[in-house]
Design a protein around this ligand. Structure first.
Ligand code: AMP
Length: 193
């Protein structure tokens, strides 16, 4: 059975790490990270990558129409193949959420999980991680955009009865167990061998 589960949370809340673990542990679960897709495109020097690189370094958002095309191209075949997709980094704006709803017709979005970690802790985690765009200014700008553009999406999902809030602090194994329980309530999960 296929389905899309949106993984929401501030940058640095552990979405990427946890989605990677879930993908490893469960059959048919695929982690799709738009940030990873854009970073790969930038490394390969594709037209998309060249366009996205400066935007990413500044901590700004790639335009909605570009992102929606990139995601649809990846998502639609995965859903047709019966995968459960953990979508990390998309949607980031209300327009992207509407577009995602369109991409998942007729099944709809299976659910959304919000990994809750406060601003002080995610800032500390990002500085420790030290990615190219993890400068003090870049982190501040991304968190500002998250509050302005992405936080309203929490209401978008909650209003549709799709949102589950997950405590994102504590040992990574504990966070994993909470997420697996939440996701297992949305789609059948089978352990990988
Ligand atoms: P992330 O790894 O999710 O924090 O994404 C890194 C950067 O990629 C962001 O700061 C944005 O510049 C860009 N990006 C990733 N996903 C999106 C999206 N859905 N919409 C716009 N820009 C995005």
């Amino acid at each position: 059975m296929s389905g899309v589960i949106v993984v929401l949370g501030r940058q640095g809340s552990g979405k990427g790490t946890q989605c990677g673990l879930l993908e490893q542990h469960f059959d048919g679960v695929v982690h799709v990270s738009t940030g990873d897709m854009l970073r790969d495109a930038a490394t390969s020097g594709t037209p998309l990558g060249r366009r996205a690189e400066a935007i990413m370094t500044a901590g700004e958002l790639v335009p909605d129409d570009v992102m929606c095309d990139v995601v649809a191209e990846r998502l639609v075949p995965l859903l047709e193949s019966g995968a459960t997709v953990l979508l990390d980094g998309f949607p980031r704006t209300p327009a992207q959420a509407e577009a995602l709803a369109g991409m998942t017709v007729p099944d709809g979005i299976a659910g959304a999980v919000l990994l809750e970690v406060d601003v002080a802790e995610v800032s500390e985690r990002m500085l420790a991680r030290g990615r190219d765009d993890d400068t003090v200014a870049g982190i501040a700008r991304r968190l500002e955009l998250y509050e302005a553009q992405t936080a309203p999406l929490v209401e978008w999902f909650a209003g549709r009865g799709l949102l589950q809030r997950i405590e994102g602090t504590g040992a990574p194994e504990e966070v994993f167990d909470r997420l697996a329980a939440a996701i297992g309530g949305l789609v059948p999960l089978r352990l990988s061998r």
